[in-house]
Design a protein around this ligand. Structure first.
Ligand SMILES: [Zn+2]
Length: 228
């Protein structure tokens, strides 16, 4: 793909679901060595007004304004943009794929066709605001039935890992706020009597361990200020 970087920069400006579909289409072009240049995706109102003025567009309700359309041109073997090559067999294959992915092709329009143009209508004009995860989830569900033994094993391992991590988090949370352990009871009681702590419960394991060390060292007798 000769203009890969430019193509991706343009694709990145599309609205989320249009972008996802456009990247699937772009990957198809890459896989099949179909060389294209994506000339334009999202367009400002000012730009659109300019196009209307010079006659290259007839509407101020362009799908480009809402990030739901892209324009592309076939790239010739010498690297030029070839606006006469839309019926080249590889480009026709790319167009068939674009339509399969839900795009409308401007070359199909009666009367005033617009061959560079692909638009993704999604749920209507200007509706493509948030990435829809439902198709992804549905695909995952579908694929579940067709998982190979190796994939199933990998999936089960993943589930086991998630479970182990959840247990570990629960354990760590418990360590950070626990009941007074048996081995720390004397130390806690002494510290409380000495007025050093007023919330004996719900400390961390480290808290009780330090308290016990201090207790064993005989350091929990009284408040420091009482000694002064
Ligand atoms: Zn267009």
């Amino acid at each position: 793909m000769r203009y890969d970087r430019r193509n991706r920069t343009n694709l990145d400006n599309l609205s989320p679901n249009t972008r996802a579909a456009a990247y699937k289409w772009y990957q198809f072009c890459l896989n099949n060595q179909i060389d294209i240049l994506i000339t334009e995706t999202i367009r400002t109102k000012e730009k659109q007004a300019e196009y209307v003025k010079n006659g290259s567009s007839q509407t101020m309700k362009s799908w480009h304004l809402v990030g739901q359309a892209l324009d592309f041109v076939p790239v010739s073997v010498t690297g030029g943009a070839d606006y006469n090559a839309y019926y080249r067999p590889d480009i026709q294959r790319a167009i068939v794929e674009a339509k399969r992915l839900g795009f409308k092709w401007g070359g199909d329009w009666k009367g005033s066709w617009d061959k560079p143009h692909l638009e993704y209508q999604y749920k209507g004009y200007g509706t493509d605001k948030k990435l829809d995860f439902l198709p992804v989830i549905n695909k995952l569900k579908r694929d579940d039935d067709t998982m190979t033994a190796a994939e199933k094993k990998e999936f089960d391992e993943l589930k086991a890992t998630v479970k182990a991590q959840a247990d570990r988090i629960k354990m760590l949370e418990k360590q950070n706020s626990m009941e007074i352990p048996k081995w720390a009871e004397k130390a806690v009681k002494t510290a409380q009597e000495a007025g050093l702590i007023d919330t004996p419960k719900g400390g961390s394991e480290d808290f009780y361990r330090i308290l016990t060390v201090l207790y064993r060292g005989g350091l929990l007798s009284t408040r420091v200020e009482d000694k002064l």
